[in-house]
Design a protein around this ligand. Structure first.
Ligand code: UDP
Ligand code: MN
Length: 279
């Protein structure tokens, strides 16, 4: 018999999974996601892009959102997308906001079991920083000067390229400063990227701590050191580069020519019954 208190608090339907993308990456990056992990969370996953694309609108079952943000890779455009992701989550009835990049593989069962350890009614910010020490910046917001100088502030932030999750309780506390497009103004004020701005709002403005979650991985780490046997324990994976400068997982399975990102081989290691998996 299962005690109710020990049952998983989180089910798939509690998640809002957002994936940041851009028109020119739809074919090169979304295809492998649609074949692999998206199939495990189709209703919960939304792609935030910058253009209409009827082909991918159909292939995502209507889950491609045109943010109308600029297609360029500058801070303003990326903060604009994060702002729309955040506002779309707030309008939903979901308990967790999880953001990923379009070069992430999300291990859905592990994401769920991890979130199940935390209550969405409490304040949680889960992710992995890519720097060893907290970020230290000059506080542009504070008017108060110490000895005629502005004070430095320090805070941790979860790397957006590894993915991160925020509980609804915390998102609601962020909303006075970050909802309704206000996130973009905070980005502009502190002049830092979207993931750093999320950390700034949570750690500096709200004084809540990032919970270091080592199972999120971005391509700022060398992917080849993640051991295949540990894949089921990881929440996210990534890839980058081309030619000789590839940073990809060492995963046995499909040929590199059909699986250059190694995400299909990873998926087959986790879920061997998929039709494209070697048997
Ligand atoms: N991206 C975007 N607009 C752009 C370029 C990139 O929205 O003009 C998104 C991209 O789809 C990905 C994220 O930003 O989700 C990071 O992009 P990328 O992996 O190319 O760069 P990185 O910052 O990881 O080097
Ligand atoms: Mn990337």
């Amino acid at each position: 018999e299962v005690t109710p208190a020990l049952q998983a608090l989180t089910s798939l339907g509690d998640l809002f999974i957002s994936v940041k993308t851009t028109l020119s990456y739809h074919r090169s990056r979304l295809d492998v996601i649609l074949k692999t992990w998206f199939t495990l969370a189709q209703e919960e996953t939304w792609f935030f892009s910058d253009s209409q694309d009827p082909e991918y609108q159909e292939r995502t079952n209507g889950h491609l959102i045109n943010t109308n943000c600029s297609t360029s890779h500058n801070r303003k455009a990326l903060c604009c997308k994060m702002s729309v992701e955040f506002d779309t989550f707030l309008r939903s009835d979901k308990k967790w906001f999880c953001h990923f990049d379009d070069d992430n593989y999300v291990n859905i069962p592990k994401l769920l079991s991890t979130l199940g350890k935390y209550s969405p009614q409490e304040d949680w910010y889960l992710g992995r920083p890519s720097i060893r020490t907290p970020l230290e910046i000059l506080d542009r917001e504070k008017k108060k000067l110490v000895d005629g100088k502005r004070e430095n502030i320090k805070f941790w932030f979860a790397t957006g390229g590894a993915g991160f999750c925020i509980s609804r309780a915390l998102a609601l506390k962020m909303s006075p400063v970050a909802s309704g497009g206000k996130f973009i103004s905070v980005c502009e004020r502190i002049r830092l990227p979207d993931d750093v701005t999320i950390g700034y709002i949570i750690e500096h403005l709200l004084k809540k701590k990032l919970t270091y979650t080592s199972e999120f991985h971005s391509h700022l780490e060398p992917m080849k050191f993640l051991r295949q046997e540990s894949f089921p324990e990881q929440i996210t994976f990534s890839y980058s580069g081309q030619g000789r400068d590839l940073n990809v997982l060492k995963a046995e399975g499909l040929d590199e020519r059909i699986d250059p990102t190694r995400f299909m081989s990873l998926h087959c290691y986790l879920f061997p019954h998929y039709s494209f998996c070697p048997r």
